[in-house]
Design a protein around this ligand. Structure first.
Ligand SMILES: [Fe+2]
Length: 390
């Protein structure tokens, strides 16, 4: 299988993986032959790319880090909270006001949240390759997919730092609910690009960390680390973030001793994961960036925005060239392969930017008679370009 940008899909292509809607119900099954109607549906629903079958790539399998069931649980936990909160606050215009004093989120829903976090931890701990790449999920339901993806990357960074299970669970919970304050904003505002916001809208948007902290304390947890991480996920190391303009301590997140008034170590991790996901989803640069360019943006803002220890760990767990992605060889020690195109068929866990590639086209874009499989792990000159299609 290989990726294909949804704008590049053509009738007759066959899906190699199912496509799910925002509730993780199967929309199109694996093996479906696409026609103009199904292609339009995929495009209208906001999928950036899908996986298709392609001769020569039969041996390429892409494993998601966490299963669909796990995503479903996370989405259910967030949706339930949003529904409960909307009902009880009907008619209030003050986003910080909570009408009913009692907790509306009962033990059953609490258990749902816990289950979602536990499933995520389990899937990540047992992942064959604990490296992150953006999933192929619906762009439309931004809050839920964004929250889940941020939670996955955040927990992988936490795993990289060797956090205890207890810390991982706290970190995961904070990451999954980091933007929960947005459910108190008008839906229209949550879809607006920050550059398109009026001043008043931006002021309101900038309150979402506090709203989130209020909501979490009321409904989900009284764990101070969770609320602090949510409250501070938009703070920056140099003090230019919001809501409080706190500064970073420069300490690695493994060190629990922090100077008073500096950013919480969990918030520093969520901050990097959140920014990365926003870049690859097009919420910062409008056009989605590929993982390699997104990583470069993170580096450009380290250490002014991001804690260098976190950035370094993030780079070691973000899979810039995931299996199934289409690439062209821009530079290589093997001069004769420059310009060749193919599909990443195996990652090299020691060096994620030097994968094994199944080459299918030569530099003149002619199909090779037989796929050529090349392992680039020892090629120090290898430079790859992303392609949405071959
Ligand atoms: Fe946020």
């Amino acid at each position: 299988m290989r990726q294909c940008g949804s704008q590049q899909l053509q009738s007759g292509m066959v899906l190699a993986r199912p496509i799910y809607d925002q509730h993780y119900r199967k929309l199109l099954a694996e093996g479906t032959t696409l026609n103009s109607m199904s292609i339009k549906r995929v495009q209208d629903m906001g999928f950036k790319y899908v996986y298709i079958q392609e001769d020569g790539t039969e041996n390429i399998h892409v494993e998601e880090l966490i299963g669909v069931q796990c995503r479903r649980e996370a989405s259910e936990a967030l949706e339930r909270l949003a529904t409960v909160d909307k009902q009880r606050n009907k008619g209030t215009s003050n986003p910080f006001q909570v009408r009913q004093k009692e907790k509306a989120f009962g033990t059953e829903q609490q258990a749902l949240v816990q289950r979602a976090i536990n499933s995520m931890m389990r899937d990540l701990m047992y992942a064959r390759q604990p490296v992150y790449f953006p999933g192929v999920y619906l762009a439309k339901d931004q809050l839920i997919n964004h929250s889940t993806d941020v939670a996955i990357l955040t927990m992988l960074i936490g795993l990289g730092f060797g956090f205890t299970n207890k810390d991982l669970a706290i970190l995961g919970k904070a990451a999954l609910f980091h933007d929960v304050g947005k459910i108190r904003l008008d839906e229209e505002l949550t879809y607006l690009h920050p550059m398109d916001m009026e001043e008043e809208q931006e002021d309101l948007y900038r309150m979402h960390p506090q709203m989130g902290a209020v909501l979490l304390e009321q409904d989900i947890t009284n764990d101070i680390h969770v609320t602090m991480a949510v409250l501070q996920h938009h703070e920056r190391q140099d003090g230019t973030g919001f809501p409080e303009g706190l500064k970073g301590s420069g300490e690695p997140p493994t060190s629990k001793v922090r100077e008073r008034g500096t950013i919480h170590r969990f918030a520093e991790i969520i901050s990097v994961a959140n920014y990365f996901d926003n870049l690859v989803s097009g919420r910062v640069e409008r056009e989605p960036l590929n993982p390699m360019d997104a990583v470069q943006h993170i580096l450009n803002h380290t250490p002014d925005w991001f804690n260098p220890h976190v950035t370094q760990m993030a780079l070691s767990v973000i899979n810039v060239f995931p299996e199934g992605c289409n690439v062209e060889i821009r530079e290589s020690r093997h001069y004769s392969l420059v310009g060749f195109r193919g599909v990443v068929s195996k990652i090299n866990i020691e060096n994620l930017s030097r994968p094994t590639i199944t080459l299918l086209y030569n530099a003149r874009h002619q199909r090779l008679e037989k796929p050529l499989i090349v392992d680039f792990r020892d090629d120090s000159r290898i430079k790859l370009d992303y392609l949405t299609d071959l």
